[in-house]
Design a protein around this ligand. Structure first.
Ligand SMILES: *[C@@H]1O[C@H](CO)[C@@H](O)[C@H](O)[C@H]1NC(C)=O
Ligand SMILES: *[C@@H]1O[C@H](CO)[C@@H](O)[C@H](O)[C@H]1NC(C)=O
Ligand SMILES: *[C@@H]1O[C@H](CO)[C@@H](O)[C@H](O)[C@H]1NC(C)=O
Ligand SMILES: *[C@@H]1O[C@H](CO)[C@@H](O)[C@H](O)[C@H]1NC(C)=O
Ligand SMILES: *[C@@H]1O[C@H](CO)[C@@H](O)[C@H](O)[C@H]1NC(C)=O
Ligand SMILES: *[C@@H]1O[C@H](CO)[C@@H](O)[C@H](O)[C@H]1NC(C)=O
Ligand SMILES: *[C@@H]1O[C@H](CO)[C@@H](O)[C@H](O)[C@H]1NC(C)=O
Ligand SMILES: *[C@@H]1O[C@H](CO)[C@@H](O)[C@H](O)[C@H]1NC(C)=O
Ligand SMILES: *[C@@H]1O[C@H](CO)[C@@H](O)[C@H](O)[C@H]1NC(C)=O
Ligand SMILES: *[C@@H]1O[C@H](CO)[C@@H](O)[C@H](O)[C@H]1NC(C)=O
Length: 362
């Protein structure tokens, strides 16, 4: 009896241990497994040992940074390895993770280019490769990612032009390409990205006229185009940006006047137009149009006329910098009553403070 029991137990043990080991392989989608192994093979540096769990004692869905689906339990839906000090290249094999929705490899030391093949990932919603040293161009094939909502590639060395094909990703809500070496103009097609809430293209070498089509982005809250070489005027179509809170156009070569339509954006909080060639005057009742204004940076332009008398009525104003313009007259005395104000620079203008009262704002 004992012998039979022992035999059965022994047999069950074998069965059990094989049911522990075998399903790991049987449930694996080999395609995903090989894609991940290939990804790991191009990671040349992993000082924190983040990929040491990526071995065959664990199913790939339990590897660090890998998440699999609820219904397709063996298919990789997310690969998230941020701030892991990884160096090496991004393998094109990731394009074989056909269920992938989220790909986040930000804040590492990755080099090389973004594989064109990633455009095959039709389920992809989120790409974050920010803060790496990626170079080459932004693949136009990413325009095939029709479910893409977030594309964040800031702080890399990506060059070339911004592919107009990206405008095919109609679900994009956030595009951040800041701090790269992108050249050329903003594709006017971007004006069709109706869901876009933030477009950040600052600190690149972009040129040309800012496309009036961007005025169609009625959900846009942040339009950050600073530190480029954009020229010509601010498009008057920007008056349609009825959700806009932050407009950064500073450090460009923008000329002309501030279009009247801009005063239609009552949602604006942060208006930064410094270091351009903008001329003209400001409306005296500016705070009627911008009741929520907190930051007004207009320094290093050619603005003239008086400082708007209503400025003390923008009760949330915390920073005003209008130095190096040609403003005349006096600074409104009640500006000193703004309770949030911590920064006021009006140097290098043509103000006159003839009588002691004119300095009351202090
Ligand atoms: C693995 O995924 C590939 C690509 O989606 C598919 O063609 C294949 O049938 C899958 N294999 C298994 C075993 O699920
Ligand atoms: C494989 O991964 C497991 C889980 O992280 C770990 O305990 C084990 O040491 C790894 N094996 C090797 C050979 O690295
Ligand atoms: C995707 O997987 C197939 C089959 O394993 C392989 O032939 C192909 O090279 C892979 N593609 C990439 C881009 O690695
Ligand atoms: C992308 O990654 C960076 C760096 O880790 C992070 O600061 C940023 O919030 C991420 N972007 C999004 C949209 O999650
Ligand atoms: C992606 O888009 C390009 C054009 O942008 C097209 O030529 C290609 O066939 C599409 N499909 C894939 C899988 O890359
Ligand atoms: C981008 O502009 C900077 C500053 O103007 C310049 O030093 C750099 O050479 C430019 N890079 C490219 C790729 O045009
Ligand atoms: C977008 O804006 C441009 C210029 O402002 C305009 O000509 C065009 O008709 C607009 N397109 C849509 C779809 O609203
Ligand atoms: C800025 O624009 C002016 C014309 O308005 C032009 O003469 C100048 O070269 C431009 N500067 C740069 C850096 O592009
Ligand atoms: C401001 O908006 C109103 C209504 O939204 C519109 O009638 C008017 O033409 C706009 N003004 C300018 C200067 O765009
Ligand atoms: C400032 O606001 C007050 C109260 O809303 C208003 O009576 C006054 O006319 C405004 N002043 C200016 C200069 O717009």
């Amino acid at each position: 009896m004992d012998g039979v029991n022992f035999f059965l137990t022994f047999h069950l043990l074998i069965l059990c241990s094989s049911t522990v080991l075998v399903p790991v392989k049987a449930n694996n989608n080999e395609t995903d497994l090989y894609a991940l192994i290939s990804f790991k093979s191009l990671i040349s540096g992993d000082p924190l040992g983040m990929l040491s769990s990526w071995n065959n004692t664990l199913p790939h869905c339990q590897w660090t940074g890998v998440m699999c689906g609820r219904s397709h339990t063996d298919r990789v839906t997310a690969l998230v390895l941020n701030s892991k000090e990884l160096s090496g290249h991004i393998s094109p094999s990731l394009a074989n993770l056909t269920f992938l929705q989220k790909l986040s490899l930000s804040d590492n030391k990755l080099t090389g280019s973004i594989p064109d093949d990633l455009g095959r990932l039709s389920r992809l919603r989120f790409i974050n490769f920010s803060i790496n040293s990626l170079e080459g161009r932004i693949p136009s094939t990413l325009g095939n990612c029709s479910n893409l909502k977030v594309l964040s590639l800031r702080n890399n060395n990506l060059g070339g032009t911004i592919p107009a094909d990206l405008a095919n990703c109609k679900k994009l809500t956030i595009v951040n390409l800041r701090k790269n070496v992108l050249v050329g103009a903003i594709p006017p097609e971007f004006g069709s990205l109706q869901q876009l809430t933030a477009l950040t293209l600052g600190n690149n070498n972009l040129t040309g006229t800012i496309p009036p089509e961007l005025g169609n982005l009625t959900n846009l809250q942040g339009l950050l185009l600073h530190f480029n070489t954009f020229k010509d005027s601010i498009p008057s179509s920007f008056g349609k940006l009825q959700s806009l809170e932050s407009l950064y156009l500073y450090d460009n070569n923008i000329s002309g006047k501030i279009p009247n339509s801009l005063y239609n954006i009552s949602s604006i909080i942060d208006l930064e137009l410094s270091t351009n060639q903008i001329h003209g005057t400001l409306p005296s009742d500016i705070c009627k149009y911008f009741p929520d204004l907190q930051t007004l940076y207009l320094y290093e332009n050619q603005l003239s006329g008086e400082i708007p008398i209503s400025l003390p009525n923008c009760s949330f104003l915390s920073s005003i910098d209008i130095q190096h313009n040609s403003f005349t007259g006096t600074i409104p005395p009640s500006i000193g009553k703004l309770s949030y104000l911590y920064w006021l620079n009006a140097a290098n203008n043509q103000f006159s403070a003839k009588i002691p009262n004119d300095w009351d704002f202090f």
